[in-house]
Ligand binder design. Structure first.
Ligand code: NDP
Length: 273
């Protein structure tokens, strides 16, 4: 490391598990970019701006639970971050912090191989669901949200999404099955447990009728994806979403457009244990 080495970090709490340092370091190495990427355990999210500036970071990623603090503390916001209300990437632009959300376009890139997607069922209404819903609406895709509670209903309805809880979805299904092109699990059900994101009597007929399925959770075949397997539906876990949000952040960090070999290097870095 020299005096010219640019400093990057990921803010989170916890942050120890994050694979971002290995993914970005692999990218820096692949293009000979003089940079160092660290993990920063940030306990108090409201200090994120001062911490970022005092440590002279050129850029940062922000993970749970600080994405909303990052949004509130940015000096300038990109349009997508503004609509979502959450930021996962900071760039120091001449002493001002510009906040971006690359989770949303990262998700969109991850579903690129699923063709002719016009209507999506999005299970979950948390931060990730908001990012996904915003980017899908930007692309004029019809979005229906299904959540166990009414949390954040207003956000999705204001965005132009339909919103169902389990009871209202049961009622809908009693009138006939709806065939969505893609069903996305953006809940944390299945992350550290074996839960389904919705009751089976709802999931089974919907997954049977869909073309594709996607789970934001990565590195495992969740109970949700096992239903997709049962019905022989093409499915993806969240690895590409994680990779592409990183690739897009990397492009902002370095100003360099990632080509296939760089993406490959970053994927390899991500998979290192
Ligand atoms: P939030 O805590 O903001 O939202 C969680 C959502 O899951 C809420 O809608 C919540 O419902 C719902 N939920 C939680 N437990 C259950 C359950 N047992 N059954 C049904 N619904 C449940 O989380 P995030 O949006 O930040 O993250 C969601 C998931 O996405 C996580 O698994 C995370 O790992 C993954 N993720 C993946 C990324 C990637 O790059 N691949 C990036 C970011 C997240 P309620 O509103 O009622 O509480």
């Amino acid at each position: 490391m020299s005096q010219n080495t640019q400093q990057f970090t990921i803010f989170g709490n916890p942050v120890e598990h994050s694979k971002s340092p290995q993914m970005h370091s692999a990218g820096f190495k692949a293009i000979n970019f003089d940079a160092n990427y660290s993990k920063y355990l940030l306990e108090n999210g409201s200090t994120i701006k001062d911490t970022f500036l005092q440590n002279n970071f050129k850029g940062a990623n922000i993970t749970v639970p600080h994405k909303e603090y990052a949004y509130k503390n940015a000096d300038i916001l990109d349009d997508i971050a503004k609509k979502i209300g959450a930021v996962n990437t900071y760039i120091n632009e001449n002493g001002k912090i510009k906040g971006y959300n690359t989770d949303a376009p990262g998700f969109y890139k991850a579903i690129e191989e699923f063709k002719d997607i016009k209507n999506i069922l999005l299970i979950g209404a948390g931060g990730t669901a908001k990012a996904i819903a915003v980017i899908l609406k930007e692309h004029n895709i019809d979005v229906t949200v299904l959540n166990r509670s009414q949390n954040s209903r207003e956000f999705f309805v204001d965005l132009g999404c339909k919103f169902f809880d389990w009871d209202t979805m049961r009622l809908m299904l009693s009138n006939g099955i709806i065939a969505y092109d893609l069903i996305v699990n953006s809940t944390s059900a299945g992350l550290k447990d074996d839960n389904y994101p919705a009751p089976l009597e709802i999931l089974n007929p919907l997954i049977e009728a869909t073309k594709y399925t996607f789970d934001c959770i990565y590195g495992k075949t969740t109970p949700f994806l096992k239903i997709a397997q049962k019905y022989n539906k093409p499915f993806k876990d969240g690895e590409d979403m994680l990779l592409y949000q990183g690739v897009l952040a990397f492009e902002l960090f370095t100003g360099i457009k990632a080509d296939d070999s760089l993406v490959k290097a970053m994927r390899k870095g991500l998979k290192e244990s």
